[in-house]
Write a protein that binds this ligand. Structure first.
Ligand code: MG
Length: 251
């Protein structure tokens, strides 16, 4: 499938979707306290999405049974909210959320701390977030897609962390997942030429230890094989004539 170039109208809708999602993430992060369950987090997130007139992108997507992916500590992504899973002081929680606004998706993830966390956990979160910003320095018309991948890899690898390879970023628009796939690790080929009007979800998933991941028997939850912590940071961005525009962040 060719990578779609969004029209001015589509870009406007994706800006609106992104702004709403940024607000949802900001409010959801503030709501998290020790003692709540991952299901509580999902219910709050779903309410925040619906009260803004949006539909959760993830609910029932390929059968996913919730609105927010809530992944705790060694869970990398796609954690299924559970009313028995309690979050505790010192945990790090990766929250992945998507909204559909007037037919257009926005997708973003944040990893948040529950109360006081270890210095090591904070560093992993900081490096993961910064790796997104290192990657999008290359997200300019005229560059190639894998310039983004290579920049993320170079930054993350300098800290000795493991970069998840089985899951990657993606194009986004009227579908949650569109072409192209966007790896977070170095590539030998350049990838497609970036053009204004492309909308991409860039989402490094970084492990404190080795890169290897395994799927739990629920067929969704991805965890680090070595049990080390993992963090995730994602935004939906727009390629422009100049600097990329981050759609899912509050300006
Ligand atoms: Mg995504």
């Amino acid at each position: 499938m060719a990578v779609s170039i969004k029209s001015a109208r589509e870009i406007e809708l994706m800006r609106d979707a992104g702004k709403i999602l940024a607000e949802v993430h900001e409010e959801l992060a503030k709501a998290i306290v020790p003692g709540m369950t991952t299901k509580d987090i999902d219910m709050i997130g779903e309410q925040l999405i619906r009260k803004r007139g949006c539909i959760p992108s993830f609910l029932n997507y390929n059968g996913f049974p919730a609105s927010i992916c809530v992944s705790v500590n060694d869970e990398v992504v796609h954690g299924i909210p559970n009313k028995k899973r309690i979050v505790r002081e010192g945990d790090i929680i990766s929250l992945d959320a998507g909204v559909i606004y007037k037919g257009y998706h926005s997708d973003a993830a944040r990893t948040v701390a529950v109360g006081e966390i270890s210095k090591e956990a904070q560093k992993l979160m900081d490096v993961t977030k910064q790796s997104f910003f290192e990657g999008i320095k290359m997200a300019k018309a005229g560059n190639h897609l894998h310039d983004i991948s290579n920049a993320i890899d170079a930054y993350v690898s300098s800290f000795g962390y493991g970069i998840v390879r089985e899951l990657v970023g993606h194009g986004i628009g009227s579908n949650l997942h569109e072409d192209p796939q966007i790896p977070n690790f170095a590539q030998k080929r350049r990838g497609i030429l970036l053009q204004p009007g492309m909308t991409l979800a860039i989402e490094p998933m970084i492990n404190e230890g080795r890169a290897d991941v395994v799927w739990l028997d629920d067929d969704w939850t991805v965890v680090t094989e070595d049990g080390s912590l993992s963090a995730h940071y994602e935004n939906t961005i727009l390629i422009t004539d100049g600097e990329p525009e981050i759609l899912s962040i509050l300006k």
